[in-house]
Design a protein around this ligand. Structure first.
Ligand SMILES: *Cc1c(COP(=O)(O)O)cnc(C)c1O
Length: 360
């Protein structure tokens, strides 16, 4: 058996020790005689899995008291609607920072529920940088400020947390949560689809400050009200049990590794090596301003796009999968989330250099 290095933006690689442990526990979880996928979500076995996962996530992110952690479904895309449905009533419209494809989708959805102001955009720079703090034009009456700390498609990451005063700061962290320590207290809401850096698809993590729960508009469907899930421990209906369990195994893997500072050191090293290889070559290029480059998603182009198909085919033959860039950007994209081993990044760099030598 050989495991490939899968550079997909999501669903993405899971840590091999997590998959092995899931395999060991597949038919009989801890003497229960059941696979986790077969358990009642209200039984004591699954309750213990769920509680441990939440405790481990709280420990990893040092989540302060006063925040709920919700394990939901619907992906980050459902949060594009849940955020305005639950928060819009707190002020006069909301401020959104527009930095790429995912923030554009969040903006389009929020417009269905209230007034959306664009506090800053980098569209005129073709989304190749994060705006600076002094570019943010925030409204005094704004219900909240929404931004996308890591734009998965453009490979642009904020190097700072925006200062938004008393307004709640809402962050779509789908492709960056758990890549490094963060100061959760700076945020009103953090949300993330799991399939990038947390676990399998089907699970959405929402970390929400308690004072932001309970003000949803009257027409808000029960399932889209944070209160429903906060009051029921994310068990109002059947949660995505197996995905929750696998995410819990990922949290334990991260703890064993030394937590998020240890993970950040590795992630920074992986990204630095790949960007250095791209910058050292005239054959490869990355358009993002160095100060805004993503640790997780590294888009790059070949000098001659005619070579793209050949690059992808030869990479695949070497076990380097899913390097094709997003259709809106073209070229290549290497997503190097937590589970991507350092030696995989080295293998990619070696392949890129060899490909350039033969075709440059
Ligand atoms: C992948 C992604 C999404 C969409 O996530 P789904 O879980 O598929 O809805 C939203 N925002 C960002 C930043 C993403 O990377």
């Amino acid at each position: 058996m050989s495991r490939a290095y899968n550079f997909s933006a999501g669903p993405a690689m899971l840590p091999e020790p997590v998959l092995r442990r899931a395999m060991d526990e597949m038919l009989d979880w801890h003497g229960s005689g059941m696979c986790v996928a077969e358990m009642s979500h209200r039984g004591k076995e699954f309750m213990s899995i769920a509680e441990q996962a939440e405790a481990d996530l709280r420990e990893l992110l040092a989540i302060p008291d006063g925040y709920k952690v919700l394990f939901l479904q619907g992906g980050a895309s459902t949060q594009f609607a849940m955020v305005p449905l639950n928060l819009m009533g707190r002020g006069e419209g909301a401020d959104y920072i527009k930095t790429g494809s995912w923030s554009k989708k969040a903006i389009a959805e929020a417009k269905r529920f209230g007034a959306v102001r664009i506090a800053a955009t980098t569209e005129e720079d073709r989304f190749t940088r994060a705006p600076a703090q002094d570019e943010l034009a925030l409204d005094a009456g704004s219900a909240y400020v929404h931004y996308t700390p890591n734009e998965t498609i453009e490979g642009v990451e904020f190097p700072y947390i925006p200062d938004v005063g008393e307004r709640p700061l809402v962050a779509d962290m789908s492709s960056t949560l758990l890549s490094r320590p963060i100061d959760v207290a700076r945020y009103g809401i953090i949300y993330a689809g799991a399939q990038k850096n947390i676990g399998p698809a089907g699970l959405t993590i929402v970390i929400v400050r308690e004072d932001l729960i309970g003000a949803a508009t009257e027409q808000t469907p029960t399932m889209l009200d944070y209160r429903t899930h906060a009051e029921s421990g994310s068990m109002y209906n059947t949660p995505p049990t197996y995905a929750w369990y696998l995410a819990g195994l990922v949290f334990q893997w991260l703890k064993d590794l030394g937590g998020l500072s240890a993970m950040a050191t590795i992630n920074e090293r992986k990204a630095a090596a790949l960007y250095a290889a791209i910058d050292a070559s005239d054959f490869y290029a990355n358009p993002v301003e160095p100060g805004s480059r993503s640790w997780m998603n590294v888009p790059f182009t070949l000098a001659d796009p005619e070579l793209d198909a050949k690059f992808l085919a030869e990479a695949k033959a070497e076990g380097l999968l899913t390097l094709k860039g997003h259709r809106s950007v073209g070229g290549m994209r290497a997503s190097i989330y937590n589970a991507m081993p350092e030696e995989a990044v080295q293998a990619l760099i070696a392949f890129m250099q060899e490909f350039e030598r033969r075709n440059g």
